[in-house]
Write a protein that binds this ligand. Structure first.
Ligand SMILES: [Zn+2]
Length: 374
């Protein structure tokens, strides 16, 4: 039994023992299984920030930012089952790239816990306890310590990656499902992460699915399910009425996905890659905000609530704007994002290939919102 196997087995034991306790902790999300430092198992090999910053903006969908050394470590530590032998070429690598992304893509939490620049402290405390429990020591850990300092980028990544991996007991490939990218549920083996073909496929609409931050946000979303946070049934105001695909508030999977995508924009927007190009293009930011807007607009209606359950400022924002209104210029102003300018690079200028990707087919964004996980 090698070291990774020992770590993995310890994690499984921890999770099976800890499951009932996790349920009992309720909505705070403050169970942070940092006893096992998965992050330390894959670093620095998975850290492309300093060695080869991510540059995935190519029309070639097979291109990946997954580093071979990182792939090897991730494959040793992640509990893939035998179904992956039948997975199509490229899918597993895109999944591994998404795990690397969670581990290494720079993060910065929004100022004052705002979502879309409004609704101060809309981001639940439980999310801060996942990303930065030491920085919020009094609230997350009951205080009594020397007092935490705000986490560094590295620590935010470490905390989130450890949170994610501590919640996955098995990863299986679903060759049949075409309606969802991923799902998480209890099984005899513990929490089972299922990945289906729409998670990544060369014949799936490139402009959306090809972006690794969207796949990474899917993993973060699914991890929240393993805190025993399942979706409620959507009412008719949602885009999936009658389906178990809505949350009653921001503390659940969709809310954590929103917090993560916000943190991706905050962390990466100021950065340039090795070629001097922005790590996040304007187009990337607009896709993130489009994804977030669709989720916030349509996935917060349940039978347990009356109307969309978001802070009033957020409800007003999404009632008054179409998702397409949130362009990069808007994000920079409203979210207080920094953009690279001192380098002389024009922020978000078209990069080779990135603007050549297929135009969105009519209704494509709606279609792909329905492909998202639930
Ligand atoms: Zn879900």
């Amino acid at each position: 039994m090698d070291q990774q196997t020992v770590v993995r087995s310890a994690a499984a034991a921890f999770l099976s023992l800890g499951l009932a306790a996790t349920v009992g902790l309720g909505a705070s999300g403050c169970l942070v299984a940092q006893d096992i430092n998965y992050f330390g198992e894959v670093m620095p090999e998975c850290d492309y920030r300093e060695i080869d910053p991510p540059s995935y903006k190519e029309a070639d969908l097979l291109r990946t930012t997954l580093r071979p050394e990182c792939k090897e470590l991730l494959e040793a530590i992640l509990p893939f089952d035998e179904t992956w032998a039948g997975a199509p070429a490229g899918l597993k690598d895109k999944l591994l790239e998404a795990f690397q992304f969670v581990a290494a893509f720079p993060l910065k939490l929004p100022r004052e816990g705002r979502l879309f620049g409004v609704a101060p402290y809309a981001i639940p405390l439980g999310h801060y306890c996942i990303f930065d429990p030491i920085g919020y020591e009094d609230e997350c850990l009951g205080g009594g310590g020397a007092g935490g300092e705000a986490a560094s980028v590295h620590q935010l990544n470490r905390n989130l990656f450890n949170y994610l991996l501590a919640r996955i007991d098995r990863i299986t490939y679903d060759a049949v499902s075409t309606g969802k990218t991923a799902s998480m549920g209890p099984s005899v083996d513990g929490w089972l992460l299922t990945i289906a073909n729409p998670f990544w496929s060369p014949d799936t609409w490139a402009n959306y699915i090809s972006r690794p931050f969207i796949r990474a946000s899917t993993l973060v979303h699914e991890a929240r399910h393993a805190d025993s946070r399942m979706h409620d049934i959507c009412t008719d105001d949602a885009d999936l009425p009658g389906r178990a695909a809505c949350d009653p508030d921001l503390t659940g999977p969709y809310g954590l996905e929103m917090t993560y995508l916000h943190a991706v924009m905050g962390g990466a927007a100021p950065l340039v890659d090795a070629a001097g190009d922005p790590v996040l293009t304007d187009s990337d930011m607009e896709w993130i905000m489009g994804d977030m807007c669709g989720t916030l607009t349509f996935r917060f209606y349940t039978h347990y609530t009356d109307g969309r359950q978001l802070p009033p400022e957020l409800n007003a924002l999404f009632d008054e704007n179409d998702c397409g209104d949130f362009d990069a210029e808007w994000a920079v102003a409203a979210l207080g994002l920094e953009r690279p300018s001192a380098t002389g690079v024009s922020p978000g200028r078209p990069l080779s290939g990135s603007e050549e990707e297929a135009e969105a087919p009519e209704g494509a964004q709606d279609k792909y919102r329905r492909l998202l996980m639930w």
